[in-house]
Design a protein around this ligand. Structure first.
Ligand code: S3P
Length: 166
């Protein structure tokens, strides 16, 4: 089957959902952030610090295109949808699922987490602005939108399975 790309804002649950979904469907599981870290032999944090966001985005685009287009569930980084060619690549080659969460829920999930360079040292308003700027891009890239607010990972996976059957 065509690969499944999970997209959505930081804290949407893409990594956990991808793992469980891949298990259930007996598909391979990838996470573009981890692949980027392996390819660069450094952490996302260090890539941002040393190469800036532009350097990170370039590697992200290259890694995305190296991911298998068959039989994989791929968790992507929250900003993968910023590049038009990434949105096009995912839509053309796979099934794209947007894990949507409200900004309130996202802020709750990310509070105290300083692993995301784009949010480090920023207040909730900055995250909210970024969220609203990106929302149309997630929607544009997605074949399906799954609302994740107040749902467990298993519930989200069940919903995706139902959607894929239709
Ligand atoms: C980013 C999201 C992160 C990671 C990087 C940039 C973004 O991934 O790719 O910090 O621009 O939204 P997660 O969405 O897995 O946190």
């Amino acid at each position: 089957m065509k690969s499944i790309y999970l997209i959505g804002f930081m804290g949407a649950g893409k990594t956990s959902v991808a793992k469980e979904l891949a298990d259930i469907l007996s598909l391979k599981n990838y996470d573009t952030d981890r692949e980027i870290e392996q390819a660069a032999s450094k952490s996302i944090k260090d890539i941002f610090a040393e190469e800036g966001e532009a350097g990170f985005r370039e590697t992200e685009g290259q890694i995305l295109k190296k991911m298998p287009v068959e039989d994989a569930v791929i968790a992507t980084g929250g900003g993968v949808i910023l590049a038009e060619q990434n949105r096009f690549h995912m839509r053309q080659n796979g099934t794209v699922i947007f894990l949507q969460a409200s900004i309130e829920e996202i802020l709750k999930r990310l509070s105290g987490d300083d692993s995301r360079p784009l949010l480090k040292g920023k207040n909730g308003q900055a995250a909210e602005e970024l969220y609203h700027k990106r929302l149309p891009l997630y929607t544009e890239a997605a074949h399906y939108v799954i609302d994740t607010d107040a749902k467990s990972i298993s519930e989200i996976v069940d919903e995706i399975m139902e959607r894929l059957k239709k």
